[in-house]
Design a protein around this ligand. Structure first.
Ligand SMILES: Nc1ncnc2c1ncn2[C@@H]1O[C@H](COP(=O)(O)OP(=O)(O)OP(=O)(O)O)[C@@H](O)[C@H]1O
Ligand SMILES: [Mg+2]
Length: 539
């Protein structure tokens, strides 16, 4: 039977212990000059006998007694290795979730290879008495550590690169295994002054991925590349002196996949999502606090940014109204309290500049690896200051469903790559604007009897109906426009006619006056004379 490294180690370990014992006797009874000589030779003897080096990674670090990061990383790394190699596994339920993580059981051994070098890992619980390496720790039942054993000729490779490789891999596995969360700012929280966390969370489980997202392939690939570049950019960002964050602005009509895109980004990068509801944020300070409490590796989302900023103004008006009503209240105590609260509310608001400061001010550099996403249906409504590059680095337009996007949807919803009706759909999609949400709705089978033919037929019908509607709308618009034009023309004509009649009238009047003038003059000659007499102003 082949001896495992652990068994060999313990076998040799006892030999070493014997040697240590002998060494202790030597130290006590032999004269100094002889002692050095014997020690040198005994060490040489041990290393010939057992040319392996051992490194221990304890669960808790000495000074702070906090869980060692190295231990966790090794645990993750080995759990990944051992679930395929080790015979005895230990199952752990990850906190806050229902997923199982298998890890190496205690005293189980796993071999690993790195650049052609073989190493042995063992996991140990409860420090055995002979383990002198941990003798300074008080005895505890739950002392756990990992032991790495390798040949001493590989020492350089192991200490220089293997251990850091294990740490990196272990951290990556931790990121992969972790339960991602969807956070939302609790509206109740910001009004009550409790010192509880401002974000509440649920497990984030959105099935949208870039594979299921319907949009032009070129555009999609560009976004994926951008995300990969960002997520690997730690050194780059620190070199150029920029906070490690990136802003995306998603704009387009409702139902074009803006929210789906955010979920796909989070799923792709394995990030948490913070859904920031601006309308419930009290003021700029509150906003800052909220953003500070967000963790690294997260997507911070502010949906419908145009509405959120508009609402700030509306909220102000509403509050004033409420305050007026309060003043008519009967209970003086609650009235006062309410007034104080209203006063507080009245002064509070999130301003554009507050938002800008949070997006790219000094505060944004707290924590790293963050993506900030704004969505809007009306990009033209946004303040240019908000969406300039550097704040919103990438502007992504989510537009109506194109043929390429349709093909993705058809693959997702009906699992088909082609169909005789594709050509017609292609033509119709170019002629009409339909959102991916509407296309998806038509493609979704409504009953068990529905197959691809019926679904595609439904889509064609929907597209034709949309086309017809658009045509009618355009016609109606054209009709209204032409009607307006006719009306305008008529008005112009009417005006011209009116002017003409006015002129005619004036002309006629003038003519009449001319005709009547001799008679009139006679009369007039008499009258002024009379008048002159009457008012006594004549001379
Ligand atoms: N590009 C797309 N790819 C795949 N599915 C899509 C796409 N656009 C929309 N959908 C489907 O339509 C539904 C609505 O899309 P989504 O919520 O992402 O739209 P939105 O752009 O965020 O709309 P709104 O502006 O109203 O928030 C989604 O559940 C999704 O199934
Ligand atoms: Mg949305």
């Amino acid at each position: 039977m082949v001896m495992t490294m652990g068994e060999m180690y313990s076998y040799l370990g006892s030999g070493i212990a014997t040697l240590m014992f002998i060494n202790a006797i030597i130290q006590q009874y032999f004269p100094l000059h002889l002692r050095g000589y014997i020690e040198r030779y005994s060490q040489k003897f041990v290393s010939i006998l057992f040319p392996y080096v051992q490194i221990s990674f304890d669960e808790f670090t000495g000074d702070s007694m906090s869980r060692s990061e190295a231990f966790s990383a090794i645990r993750n790394y080995l759990s990944d290795k051992s679930s395929t190699h080790a015979k005895r596994l230990k199952a752990d339920v990850v906190k806050d979730s229902r997923s199982l993580i298998l890890s190496m059981d205690y005293n189980e051994e796993v071999t690993d290879e790195f650049e052609g070098v073989k190493v042995w890992w063992t996991s140990t619980k409860n420090v055995p008495e002979k383990q002198y390496s941990f003798s300074w720790y008080p005895a505890s039942d739950e002392k756990r550590y990992y032991k790495l054993i390798f040949h001493r000729r590989d020492r350089k490779l192991i200490t220089d690169s293997y251990i850091s490789h294990v740490m990196k891999e272990g951290d990556a596995i931790a990121v992969k295994n972790r339960q991602r969360k969807l956070y939302t700012n609790n509206p109740g929280e910001s009004w009550s002054g409790h010192k509880r966390t401002r974000w509440t969370h649920v497990v984030f489980k959105h099935p949208a991925t870039f594979d299921t997202l319907a949009m032009e392939t070129k555009k999609k690939e560009e976004i994926i590349k951008d995300l990969i570049k960002f997520s690997k950019g730690k050194q780059y960002y620190s070199r150029i002196g920029k906070a490690w964050k990136r802003g995306y602005l998603l704009y387009g009509p409702p139902g074009t996949g803006k929210s789906s895109m955010i979920a796909a980004i989070a799923n792709f990068l394995n990030y948490d999502v913070y859904d920031l509801e601006l309308t419930t944020v009290k003021d700029n300070t509150d906003l800052r606090r909220l953003l500070i409490e967000t963790s690294s590796k997260s997507v911070i989302v502010i949906e419908d940014i145009d509405c959120s900023l508009d609402l700030t103004g509306q909220r102000e008006k509403k509050k004033k109204k409420e305050k007026d009503e309060d003043e008519e209240g009967k209970d003086p105590v609650s009235k006062k309290a309410k007034e104080a609260k209203e006063e507080e509310k009245k002064e509070s608001k999130v301003t554009l500049s507050g938002l800008l400061n949070c997006v790219d001010g000094l505060w944004s550099a707290c924590g790293e690896e963050k993506i900030i996403v704004f969505t809007t249906n009306y990009v033209e409504k946004l303040d240019p200051a908000l969406i300039r590059r550097g704040r919103m680095d990438k502007h992504i337009e989510m537009s109506y469903c194109c043929f390429e996007a349709f093909k993705v949807l058809a693959k997702n919803y009906l699992d088909i790559d082609s169909h005789p009706q594709y050509e017609e759909i292609h033509r119709l999609l170019e002629e009409t604007s339909m959102t991916p949400a509407d296309v998806a709705e038509s493609l979704m089978p409504k009953s068990d009897e529905d197959d691809e033919d019926t679904c595609l037929k439904a889509l064609v019908e929907a597209l034709e109906a949309a086309k017809e509607e658009a045509r009618k709308k355009a016609e109606e618009e054209a009709r209204l426009k032409s009607e307006e034009e006719v009306k305008e023309k008529e008005e112009v004509q009417l005006k011209a006619e009116k002017e003409e009649t006015e002129k005619e009238k004036a002309r006629l009047k003038a003519e009449r006056e001319k005709e009547e003038s001799p008679k009139e003059n006679g009369k007039l000659e008499e009258t002024p004379a009379k008048e002159v007499k009457d008012d006594g102003l004549s001379h």
